[in-house]
Design a protein around this ligand. Structure first.
Ligand SMILES: *Cc1c(COP(=O)(O)O)cnc(C)c1O
Length: 427
């Protein structure tokens, strides 16, 4: 499959090059040249297929012949070797739990898929690729875990000292092997600035790549979630409305790709916290990125969602078309906490702040009689322990795999300046 840059000023590249480069040289996001719907027969009988078969069907055209079928099948199988259950909460509402992966974050799927693709492409290359990421929390853990032990790839993660939760810090700093954590004396924006400087610095001798959802190999496998949910529900509930807690809009954009592949999805709701650039765009018609505001659903604190351009492309930049299958609403922290309490009271279910924002999205959308609403639970509530325990006045038990990590020794290199990052990367 060929990918072109949405800035239209760079040449089209193969899947391999798109994965290795991340962003196109003209700073545009890569987008597939063709999207071919899957056979109707496949969709109609989707409950006859295993998750591995479904994921392989969904992704194979986007890889093309660049990875042999058997290898791609293996990659897919390793990527999704955990559960994706839809848990029913109310008569017409369920939640798709995406937190059963190794770091309890939905980003595990994208990170694991990307890691294996990059590992495959770089296996013959004597020069290692270095994945450089800044994280405010979840991304770093998922990337570190996904790339752990992958040949030909080193991972360097920058995180702000004292600004990530204890669990998140342990997930970043206890793995060893090809994963190095750099603890930055500063805030997330400082980490991000350093990473950006490194990408633009010709004096860095390593081949650098990024691992956020601008990378097609992290973005596209997120389509799987929607197929898996549909498979569980469609016989009983053919009209599904997905509400997706959104920050960079990579996840929901992958859902729209699934719809393009022929998956009958009734409607999408992009639910945001007070970082409301997209809801405002739908209301007013002009897109005005803003600096991000801090919230309790901090993985969605994004003022200029990078994947929104892909969503616009999928609707040929027509606001009218977009609005027919896509709504977007914004919610304050107060409303989010209130929703967490109401969900707990009504269904005895502990939602994390991101999932609660998704729930609010369904409420505001207003489900019709025949519709079934699914909000995505993008992280395990234990990852936001402080907020969840305070809001619900309950103790949450910590899953076994997390308990194991908590007793491991933290290893991180402290840095303060860009020069220190540079000398680390060149050492
Ligand atoms: C990253 C993240 C999101 C936002 O996903 P996008 O694809 O960036 O919209 C939502 N919830 C959690 C828990 C996340 O880690």
């Amino acid at each position: 499959m060929k990918y072109y840059s949405l800035n239209n000023n760079a040449k089209s590249v193969s899947f391999r090059e798109a994965v290795i480069q991340g962003l196109a040289p003209d700073r545009g996001l890569y987008f597939p040249e063709n999207i071919t719907p899957l056979p109707q027969e496949f969709i109609t009988n989707i409950d006859q297929y295993s998750n591995e078969e479904i994921a392989f069907e969904a992704i194979k055209q986007f890889v093309g012949n660049e990875i042999p079928s058997e290898v791609l099948q293996q990659i897919v199988t390793e990527t999704i070797n955990f559960d994706f259950p839809v848990v029913s909460l109310e008569k017409n509402i369920g939640t798709l739990e995406l937190f059963h992966g190794p770091t309890l974050a939905f980003k595990d799927v994208g990170a694991r898929f990307m890691a294996r693709c990059l590992g495959y492409f770089n296996a013959q290359n004597p020069n290692k690729v270095t994945v450089l990421v800044a994280t405010s929390g979840d991304t770093g853990g998922a990337v570190a875990n996904g790339f752990l032990g992958v040949n030909g790839v080193d991972v360097v993660i920058l995180y702000p000292s004292g600004k990530v939760s204890e669990i998140q810090e342990k997930q970043l700093t206890t793995l060893g092997k090809n994963i190095t954590a750099l603890e930055v004396n500063g805030v997330f924006d400082d980490c991000q600035d350093m990473v950006k400087s490194a990408f633009l610095d010709n004096e860095i001798s390593r081949q650098l790549t990024s691992a956020n959802s601008i990378n097609v190999a992290r973005w596209l496998p997120q389509m799987f979630y929607y197929f898996f949910a549909y498979k569980q529900l469609y016989k009983q509930h053919p009209k599904i409305v997905f509400s997706v807690p959104s920050g960079n809009f990579g996840n929901i954009c992958a859902g729209i790709m699934a719809q393009k592949l022929g998956l009958p999805i009734q409607h999408f709701v992009a639910a945001t916290n007070v970082n409301d650039t997209v809801p405002q765009f739908l209301k007013k018609g002009n897109y005005e990125p803003k600096p991000s505001k801090t919230t309790i659903s901090n993985a969605m604190d994004v003022g200029n969602p990078s994947n929104f351009i892909r969503i616009q492309k999928l609707f040929n930049h027509s606001l009218e078309d977009l609005k027919t299958s896509f709504s977007s609403f914004s919610f304050s922290d107060e409303l989010t906490k209130d929703a967490m309490q109401r969900i707990y009271k009504k269904s005895n279910y502990i939602a994390d702040p991101h999932g609660a924002v998704g729930y609010l999205g369904l409420e505001t959308y207003g489900l019709r009689d025949s519709e079934f609403g699914v909000f995505l639970e993008t992280a395990h509530p234990v990852k936001f322990l402080d907020v969840v325990e305070k809001t619900l006045a309950e103790n949450i038990s910590i899953p076994k795999n997390i308990q194991a990590i908590m007793s491991k020794e933290k290893k991180a290199i402290e840095i303060t300046t860009y020069e220190e990052l540079k000398s680390f990367l060149n050492s």
